[in-house]
Ligand binder design. Structure first.
Ligand code: ADP
Ligand code: MG
Length: 375
């Protein structure tokens, strides 16, 4: 039996990339270091790795004075990114708010990576998130032997961010029960974490801040108290404004993910991406692009993120079961799955759309047939 390959190639000393998904600061290490050089002379807030100017460049992309190209991460309104970055340099925390799939988590990760070089101080908010996830817990074996001591404490990502002057990320803040959310008030207003058991506290170092994300259309959402909301600056991330913007986002992400997954398929034709994005936008708006036909709206969100998944699973189908070229039959199943979330109502909506729009549209016959087959 062949031996499993080691994670590190000892001959070259370069780590063989085996992780499925690298953290932003690892994946874009070169960009971050180039920005660090280009940044010389610009003022950085205390303990930031880059200046706000460079953080913005990192998120929106651009060309540095030495010709180095920074790839765009977020595509959309520049002003929103400026507000988000500037917020992190103040005593207010940042709340990224919006529909699912509008790049909240993505922006949060890249902001943390650019500002502190560490996007891993992450708390995933769930209905089961308790106070210890935001404060600290105890190693019970040690606690029983020694009683409360610093050694017996188990720090949370929040506590580590405070100690190191870094950015902590909270995903899905509104899923956390309201009384647990309010733990954040002291942390954000006093910048301190009391540890009554040891009669001490952890004071946040300069550079500490919090980026939280929250959906505005979700089940089981706990509204933020106004006391907590006051500690945040809210930035609403919108759905892509134009068709072109959305196509660019999907194109870029599909190419990047295809490379990461090493899919054996060719890059999809722009026309195929455009079709999927058109369908998503029309169904989202309840109106065809020419403004002539009103449509019923399906229950799902049909976000850009889902358009990306549809294209990606299509590429996997084309690569492994087709000839490597993406065709309508490769995306039909993914497309149907993304749109038909409710087996009765959404199916009717989708059938009607296929009959009234897809069937008669120029050059869309192949898609019509492929979708009929999987329904
Ligand atoms: N405006 C945008 N610019 C760049 N990527 C975007 C944009 N909108 C959506 N995406 C892509 O959509 C995907 C999902 O985003 P995610 O951060 O998980 O959404 P959310 O947390 O808002 O639900 C990401 O891969 C991201 O690249
Ligand atoms: Mg998210």
């Amino acid at each position: 039996m062949p031996k499993p390959k080691a994670a590190t190639d000892a001959t070259t000393e370069s780590p063989v990339i085996t992780v499925l998904r690298q953290h932003a600061e690892e994946q874009f290490a070169e960009e971050l270091s180039e920005l660090d050089h280009a940044d010389a002379g610009k003022q950085r807030p205390p303990n930031w790795r880059l200046s706000p100017w460079a953080v913005k460049q990192y998120l929106l992309g651009g060309t540095l004075p030495n010709g180095f190209v920074i790839t765009p991460k977020y595509i959309g309104n520049e002003r929103l990114i400026e507000i988000a970055v500037a917020t992190l340099a103040t005593d207010r925390a940042l709340l990224l708010y919006g529909l699912p799939g509008t790049a909240k988590s993505y922006v949060s990760e890249h902001l943390a990576a650019a500002v502190t070089g560490d996007s891993t101080l992450l708390v995933q908010g769930t209905a089961g998130t308790d106070e210890s996830t935001l404060r600290y817990g105890w190693n019970y074996a040690l606690l029983l032997v020694q009683g409360p001591s610093t050694a017996a404490m188990v720090s949370s990502p929040m506590m580590r961010a405070m100690q190191d002057g870094k950015v902590a990320r909270i995903e899905e803040l509104t899923r956390i029960p309201a009384e647990v959310q309010d733990t954040l008030i002291t942390i954000l207003s006093e910048k301190t974490l009391p540890v009554p058991e040891l009669n001490t506290e952890v004071q946040a170092r300069k550079g500490f801040n919090v980026i939280a994300t929250a959906n505005n259309r979700d089940k089981g959402v706990n509204e933020l108290s106004s006391a907590l909301l006051r500690r945040f600056n809210t930035v609403i991330l919108p759905l892509p404004a134009t068709m072109e913007e959305e196509v660019t986002i999907v194109e870029g992400r599909v190419a990047a993910l295809g490379r990461a997954l090493e899919l054996p398929a060719e890059k999809p034709a722009l026309e195929e991406i455009r079709r999927v994005v058109t369908i998503f936008r029309e169904l989202r708006d309840g109106l065809t692009t020419d403004g002539k036909t009103k449509l019923k709206i399906p229950s799902g969100t049909l976000s850009t993120a889902e358009a990306i998944s549809v294209m990606n699973s299509g590429l996997a189908m084309a690569g492994y079961y087709g000839d490597g070229e993406l065709r309508a039959s490769d995306i039909a199943a993914g497309l149907t799955g993304a749109i038909v979330k409710d087996p009765v109502q959404d199916r009717a909506v989708w059938l009607e759309y296929l009959q009234t729009v897809v069937k008669d549209r120029d050059g869309w016959k192949d898609l019509y047939r492929a979708c009929q087959e999987v329904l």
